[in-house]
Design a protein around this ligand. Structure first.
Ligand code: ZN
Length: 282
């Protein structure tokens, strides 16, 4: 049985053990781990910052970013990313000191069952939380939560409501109405990055920069959709654009009566992709 680095078995996207989870867009694995993640989110939401559901996700079938062949903990259903666009992969100090203390306080109360990506020795991943320690530990911690006993010395403070976080470059309400102008500008790139993040293919900052990592995510996405079968190299060319055109044609946004499948990322292709991104908002 294939297991993750933390020892959990990997799940297929169709697994019945994956269930919707109210805090995030997407799914987590059911069981003791879910009870713990729910407790974590509840307290994170009141003691650290409000959780934005559209920016937070869980299960994804994929490898660790930039480490092909190592399955991501997200593939076990027991890892979640919270408010990803404001705590991008590789960034540090995306939380204030007091927020970081609050996170450590919550994790301490969870008895070591949760590891935070902000505590990684190498590349930090401050959006990321994952379960560790084996099933017996998860059961012990989940039993305590279910019994309603106060886990730690600290009772969650009556929450002073904080405004929801705002990333510098992301205005999630704007991309509802991307102009379908055939120009793949910053807002369009952001919308594509957010969509790729939501389906677990992109974990970097939502910065509107159309670079290698955004294209890698799009290539992986088009591969999963069955339209692309070449290298995931982040260098788009004829085959990447053709795959995108084929996908958009299938969606009825790039009609055969009007446009050719010519493998170019021109205004008609871009406008059709903008239309698709507008349908995916929320
Ligand atoms: Zn993650």
């Amino acid at each position: 049985m294939a297991v993750s680095r933390l020892g959990w078995d990997l799940l297929e996207p169709t697994s019945t053990r994956l269930v919707s989870f109210k805090w995030i867009t997407g799914k987590v694995r059911t069981g003791d781990g879910q009870v713990i993640l729910d407790y974590l989110c509840e307290r994170f939401n009141s003691e650290v910052e409000p959780i934005v559901k559209g920016w937070s996700w869980g299960y994804a079938k994929r490898d660790v970013r930039e480490a092909s062949g190592i399955p991501s903990e997200h593939q076990t259903g027991w890892a979640i990313d919270i408010n990803a666009p404001v705590h991008g992969l590789g960034l540090v100090n995306t939380f204030s000191n007091s927020d970081e203390s609050a996170i450590h306080r919550i994790l301490k109360d969870l008895g070591g069952a949760v590891r935070w990506g902000g505590d990684y020795g190498g590349r930090k991943d401050e959006m990321h939380f994952e379960l560790q320690g084996g099933l017996a530990l998860l059961k012990r911690v989940a039993d305590k939560i279910r019994a309603g006993s106060s886990l730690g010395s600290v009772t969650p403070q009556a929450s002073k409501p904080k405004p929801a976080p705002k990333p510098a470059s992301t205005r999630p309400t704007d991309y509802a109405k991307l102009a379908t102008d055939g120009k793949f500008g910053k807002q369009s790139v952001e919308a594509a990055q957010i969509l790729m993040s939501q389906i677990g293919l992109y974990e970097r900052a939502i910065d509107g920069e159309l670079g290698e990592y955004t294209w890698k995510a799009l290539q992986e996405w088009l591969t999963g959709l069955g339209h692309y079968g070449r290298a995931i190299d982040g260098k788009p060319g004829y085959y990447t654009y053709l795959a995108l055109q084929q996908f958009l044609r299938k969606k009825g946004l790039y009609p055969a009566s009007k446009w050719l499948l010519d493998g170019k990322f021109g205004p008609a292709t871009i406008a059709a992709f903008q239309k698709y991104l507008n349908t995916q908002r929320g």
